[in-house]
Design a protein around this ligand. Sequence first.
Ligand code: NIG
Length: 424
Amino acid sequence: MAPFDVVIRGTSEVLTLSGRPDEPAESALAPIPNGAIGIVEGKIAWLGPEAALPQDGVGPATEIIEAGGGFVGPGFVDPHTHLVFAGERSGEFDQRARGKSYLELGAAGGGIMATVRATRAASEGELVALAGPRLRRLLDQGVTTAEVKSGYGLTVADEVKLLRAVRHLGTDQPIELVPTLLCAHAVPEEHRSDRARFVSLCVEEIIPAVAQEDLAKTCDIFVDEGAFTHDEARKILGAARAKGLAVRLHADQLTANAGSELAAELGARSADHLENVSPAGVAALAKAGVSAVLVPTSTLFLRAERYAPGHALRTAGVNVALCTNVNPGSAMSENVSLTLGLACLENGLTAAEAFWGFTRGAAIALGLPEHGRLAVGGPADAVVFGCSSYLHLPYHLGVNHARAVVKRGLLVASPRGLGTELCH
Ligand code: NIG
């Protein structure tokens, strides 16, 4: 056998995530105790117990990554972010601390439209420069794939500008980006007196322009009070689907609006948020095979009452994913560990279910069958953690344990440095 380009060894265990979404998460993590990984040309060429590592697989040019007793898992997949934007809304955070709600701040001229004004004023290059450090913070925590939405442009030119910035970012930093068109994020001020005109703009101009340049593979919509109605969603997502885009929805976030039932009706890839999903909505998602993407940091950040019912969703048979939702209004945080911790504390997930949700579950929600897992022939996207078990990630709340991040076989970040002592 030709030597591997890279070998990861010295692990407590390698979590392969090769189980099924409907089996208990502990077994779906499918660990290999004291596992090792051999990598060739960015793909996993060998995976198994270190004791069985082929001797001729390690040659003079093989790069060895010593895990030092830490566990290894697939790179995290963040399936819902809005990380390309200009401006910031720390003043709104402070107003919420004083008792104002997200909807009140939006109605007073802040909220999504505040970010839209700042983003429209920024150039593509400025958006790229602003988003770079946010991606770096995700990478340092082990995120190797991330979805990025538009939604802060809301004109043809500005939505295209934002998605071109995403395309540019996908080529000049290590995280693989999955772009999503979210032209129906808010009805912009200039269309408030004629919502139908804005829906037509989405259907007749924005979606075709984005599809023509192949700037997004998926289209999302915010269905809620103060956002879009079911009928508007049917029109916009119908037009997106006709252009070959998959669809997904922000559903049942701020109010119970049967967005989950709509996601099921439309055969959406995912329904995201679900803080106010009803039992009928949970059943509809399960029946239609729609993934649920939960956003616990937003509940915390907005001082909202409800966390999405992760346990009920899983019990019903729904694939449950987790995301950071990093954005300037409802979740200004790239913290993966905090998300995992809140999922256990507030969404009713176990540590194994939370880890599944930020890896394989998230990849399924994005329609990426090879991501979020470690398998021979699949992409060598892996994280070496500075602790011996995944149980430590949600438990040591908000702390980054990623020691080394590997994307397509390349060591792209080592935030804590290999060789540092394990966290106990
Ligand atoms: O997913 N809910 C809608 N969109 C974002 C918030 C965007 C903003 O406030 O800027 C979310 O939470």
